[in-house]
Write a protein that binds this ligand. Structure first.
Ligand SMILES: C[S@@+](CC[C@H](N)C(=O)[O-])C[C@H]1O[C@@H](n2cnc3c(N)ncnc32)[C@H](O)[C@@H]1O
Length: 332
């Protein structure tokens, strides 16, 4: 479905590609399948606010690590990607802070930048643009409220194809997806002249990693802000927090067993019934719903994944504690 809305904020056009009905049907399937797919962790006012709060939680290091590495690497990234005219396509705007940092660097090399945030959550787009516009008042912007799954279709549309596209996928967003599925979508959406910057959580090399390093990773999700964020989509279906508890586990990725991820499950303490879109879904005591997962990559595995899925690594930036990386890529 295509629906062009009139002006949303002062100088933004929002192009909604997925109807609310469609999303509701998908969310209903997630409740039935006992697995919430990543986009529903951010869809709607409450999940958006919970995510914004989680970014600020002192236990959650991924967010500040991502910001500080971007500050360090931003100038070098801009040197590689900058050109007189550039489309900056932000995949998952979040609170907008990281886009602000990138834009500040890009403007040193590019006179004309068009900004295209793409996000499933209108509320997230509002929050992110609020930040970006407070620093860049007149940047030409078209926001797309849609799933990344139709990225290549959006990118092939006329608006985008005249100049170089520079994509960002930050905040370990890649780590919330089936890896190969998402990388395939991205690869199809880039041309040889384009760049993508991917920000992910990494781990020390296998030989240097200790049990305490793993405990630290788990701790950053075993806190109130993280659990509130993970639980937030269930509220829409009338599942109460007190109906269960949240299990945080460090598991192997079921599809790619070389990889590990943090899984957050809602485990029912008692029988409960969810009500959504006119249907009831019954859960028995002890059943679990997978709420959220986040991959944690060894640098070698990350490089392999990117290479194996058609990306050429131009620059690999990582922080001193080897917990966060930004990878600047082109397609092969
Ligand atoms: C982990 S947050 C990262 C936000 C920001 N890039 C950062 O680094 O702080 C993921 C972002 O991607 C959006 N998102 C998640 N899954 C999506 C999907 N399937 N399609 C479109 N947007 C999605 C979320 O709404 C959110 O803004």
């Amino acid at each position: 479905m295509k629906k062009q809305l009139p002006k949303f904020l002062a100088n933004v056009y929002v192009n909604i590609r997925e109807s609310n009905d469609q999303l509701q049907r998908e969310f209903l399937d997630c409740l039935k399948n006992r697995e919430i797919v990543s986009k529903f962790s951010y869809w709607g006012e409450e999940p958006t606010q919970s995510w914004l709060k989680f970014c600020l939680a002192s236990e959650y290091k991924t967010y500040p690590q991502g910001v500080s590495l971007l500050k360090q690497a931003g100038a070098d990234v801009a040197k590689h990607v900058g050109g007189p005219k550039l489309n900056y396509i932000s995949l998952g705007i979040g609170n907008g802070e990281k886009d602000g940092i990138i834009l500040r660097h890009l403007y040193r090399y590019s006179r004309k930048i068009s900004y295209y945030p793409i996000d499933i959550s209108t509320d997230m787009i509002k929050a992110g643009l609020n930040y970006v516009f407070s620093h860049f008042h007149n940047i030409p912007t078209t926001a797309f409220v849609t799933d990344f799954k139709i990225l290549d279709e959006i990118v092939r549309s006329q608006t985008f194809r005249k100049d170089r596209n520079f994509f960002s996928l930050l905040g370990n967003t890649m780590g919330n997806f089936n890896q190969v599925y998402l990388l395939n979508i991205l690869r199809k959406s880039l041309d040889h002249n384009d760049f993508i910057l991917i920000g992910v959580s990494i781990r020390k090399e296998r030989s240097r990693e200790t049990k305490e390093d793993i405990r630290k990773i788990i701790r950053s999700y075993s806190n109130r802000a993280s659990k509130d964020f993970a639980y937030s989509p269930l509220k829409k279906a009338g599942i109460r927090k007190s109906d269960g508890a949240i299990d945080v586990e460090f598991n192997r990725d079921p599809h790619y067993p070389r990889l590990n991820r943090v899984d957050l499950y809602f485990r029912f303490r008692r029988n409960a019934t969810a009500h959504y879109a006119g249907q009831d879904i019954v859960y028995k005591r002890g059943e679990r719903i997978l709420l959220y997962f986040s991959e944690k990559y060894y640098p070698d595995d990350l490089k392999f994944l990117l290479n194996d899925n058609g990306f050429r690594i131009i620059k690999f930036y990582q922080n001193g504690s080897q917990s966060y990386a930004k990878v600047l890529c082109r397609i092969k």
